[in-house]
Write a protein that binds this ligand. Structure first.
Ligand SMILES: Nc1nc2c(ncn2[C@@H]2O[C@H](COP(=O)(O)OP(=O)(O)OP(=O)(O)O)[C@@H](O)[C@H]2O)c(=O)[nH]1
Ligand SMILES: [Mg+2]
Length: 226
């Protein structure tokens, strides 16, 4: 996907602060420090738009980023950070569960897992929530650059087994460091938007912005994809 525009929109702590423009949302959940914000930056080709945490566990809001004025990437607070109070943990649970249950614009949930480690109990619980609410999910195994390529398959297998992931759930191998998996993840996101019956008009917009030559290129891309 071609990135033309990116912006930080809002840190929402309550549902009445969520955007009202009805654009599709792709949300990211995962343990604190797993690399959610780095992944968003890599997807948007921005170095520091999504704030990578200096204070783990402190961010208790949903951070909304808009791409090409068409798609939101929604950064969840990380879970599993030990020095978070019981009250904060409860607030997190309520906010996330409400979002997952009620947010109609949510077309795909990314569950971000560190490829080096077996998923935690919190990861398993999160995956179970997603199944329970029947939310289309993609598992993203990130920090792939941290282990040798020869170990990728074995680690992916452990992740899928520990989560009890359905065979139909896409798994994307990712690295925010190298950009590995970026195009595959955008493809998965665009497919999910399509499957949800939402139209983001990427092609119309590109047609408007560029000369007719790019329309021909796009037509070529479409027929190749089919
Ligand atoms: N080598 C490597 N480091 C990464 C990768 N992704 C993230 N990191 C590093 O991991 C640390 C945590 O990354 P963040 O993106 O802040 O993690 P987060 O999940 O947003 O953390 P919270 O906001 O606390 O939940 C940072 O030091 C990143 O530079 C990756 O793919 N490869
Ligand atoms: Mg973060």
């Amino acid at each position: 996907m071609k990135i033309k525009q990116t912006e930080f929109v809002i840190s929402a702590v309550r549902p009445d602060q969520y955007p009202v423009d009805g654009l599709p949302e792709i949300a990211l959940a995962g343990r604190s420090n797993v690399g959610k914000s780095s992944l968003i930056n890599r997807m948007m080709i921005r170095k520091n738009l999504a704030r990578t945490s200096s204070q783990p566990g402190k961010t208790q809001q949903l951070n909304y980023y808009r791409v090409n004025e068409r798609i939101y990437l929604v950064d969840f607070p990380g879970y599993g950070y030990a020095r978070v109070s019981k009250k904060q943990r409860e607030q997190f649970g309520v906010m996330i569960e409400t979002y997952l249950r009620d947010r109609e614009q949510l077309v795909l949930q990314l569950l971000v897992i560190d490829i080096r480690h077996e998923p935690s109990k919190d990861d398993v619980l999160m995956y179970e929530w997603l199944k329970h609410y029947e939310i289309p999910t993609c598992i993203v195994a990130t920090k792939a650059d941290k282990i040798p390529r020869s170990k990728w398959d074995k680690h992916l297998k452990v992740i899928k087994q520990t989560l009890g992931a359905d065979k139909s759930v896409p798994v994307v191998l990712f690295s925010s460091e190298t950009g590995l998996g970026r195009e595959q993840l955008w493809d998965t996101i665009l497919e999910a938007i399509d499957a949800a019956g939402m139209n983001i008009n990427e092609q119309d917009e590109a047609g408007d912005l560029n000369a007719s030559q790019s329309n021909e290129e796009q037509a070529g891309e479409v027929s190749q994809a089919e």
